[in-house]
Write a protein that binds this ligand. Structure first.
Ligand code: TRP
Length: 338
């Protein structure tokens, strides 16, 4: 059986958190271990630079952190190719060819990019590289002829744009060179872990995240400060489950769902205090995160070894991407010296 090809990745702008773990890392590890896929996992440093050009040190630092997070959760370099976007020159030329197939107004319509422009306060000076990053993402995906792209819901517009580029390219140049990818999205309602403060999104910039690298003390401090039911003042009062983040997290992380159901009943009836459920959640989270942190610490002792994993992954990725670029050049007819 030929394996399906996965391409996915993350921007290295900081450490990854348990929201990333639930939203995508866990799925990637399961897909990797199923043996049905040939996974390429990309650290998208070029994309991260499109809105961080003046702070390259942040990207450089985060590259190692993201690599450690990947290895910590069980992405296995024997089974998955971990690569660094900036080390794959063919991606830049593919991007240039695809840019000719995309209109400026189409770029301006991408809803995820539009939302990011709002949020990042670019005002009048949106970096051109930022506006076109969906096209460079199409290069990332097509360079590996990936058919499967496991990502968060916010990446759907990138897949849509990639498919449009693939169709244009194959129809204009009359060759079936590029492959149309399918997105694999988290099941409805399970994709997004709320922040500790009750905000719908866990994110570094909102300061409401629990990181895979957090120490036991940091985890405990964060759990004890978590948003619950603001009207649950006395232990005897009946408490609310809806929007109560402690229970949202227990739903996601506690393997003992029977116990969670019992706790919910007790909490709603009254007589179960916030400190008690937080202590319980703390135990659950510590158990999930301890093996991840231990593996992370072991890899962190040997940064040179981690860079070597990335170098080898990038080397292998270059072979594949260069082959695709060769086919793209031949399809366009700019392979003059072949
Ligand atoms: N845009 C993705 C994010 O912000 C990262 C990314 C870059 C990516 N290239 C990709 C994801 C290719 C999937 C496929 O998380």
């Amino acid at each position: 059986m030929t394996k399906k090809v996965i391409l996915t990745g993350d921007r290295p702008t900081g450490k990854l958190h348990i929201g990333h773990y639930i939203g995508s890392l866990q799925t990637r590890v399961a897909m990797q271990n199923s043996g049905n896929y040939d996974p390429y996992i990309m650290i998208a440093d070029m994309q991260a630079l499109t809105d961080n050009a003046r702070d390259p040190e942040k990207i450089r630092r985060s590259l190692l952190q993201v690599a450690l997070d990947y290895l910590a959760v069980g992405i296995d370099p024997e089974k998955s190719t971990i690569l660094v976007q900036s080390q794959i020159p063919a991606l830049n030329e593919l991007t240039m060819h695809y840019l000719n197939l995309v209109s400026v107004s189409r770029l301006n319509r991408n809803p995820t990019v539009k939302a990011e422009i709002q949020q990042k306060n670019f005002n009048q000076s949106i970096p051109a590289g930022f506006l076109i990053y969906p096209v460079s993402q199409a290069a990332d995906i097509t360079a590996f002829k990936a058919d499967t792209v496991p990502v968060g819901d916010d990446q759907e517009p990138m897949l849509e744009q990639t498919r449009e580029i693939v169709r244009s390219f194959n129809s204009i140049y009359k060759k079936d060179v590029l492959v149309e990818p399918e997105g694999v999205f988290p099941p409805k309602g399970e994709g997004r872990l709320p922040g500790m403060d009750g905000n719908a999104k866990m994110s570094k910039s909102l300061g409401n995240a629990i990181y895979l690298a957090d120490s036991p003390d940091e985890i405990q401090k964060k759990v004890m400060s978590m948003y619950t039911d603001p009207n649950h003042i006395h232990i005897e009062d009946p408490g609310k489950i809806e929007g109560n983040i402690v229970f949202t997290y227990l739903d996601v992380f506690d393997p003992d769902q029977k116990k969670v159901a019992e706790l919910k009943e007790q909490y709603q009836a009254g007589g179960l205090g916030d400190v008690k459920i937080k202590r319980y959640l703390n135990d659950v989270l510590q158990a999930v995160l301890e093996p991840i942190r231990k593996r992370r610490e072991a890899y962190a002792e040997d940064p040179a070894g981690v860079y070597e994993i990335l170098r080898q992954g990038s080397e292998k990725a270059n072979l594949v991407a260069n082959q695709t670029l060769k086919e793209v050049r031949a399809a366009i007819g700019i392979n003059y010296f072949d």
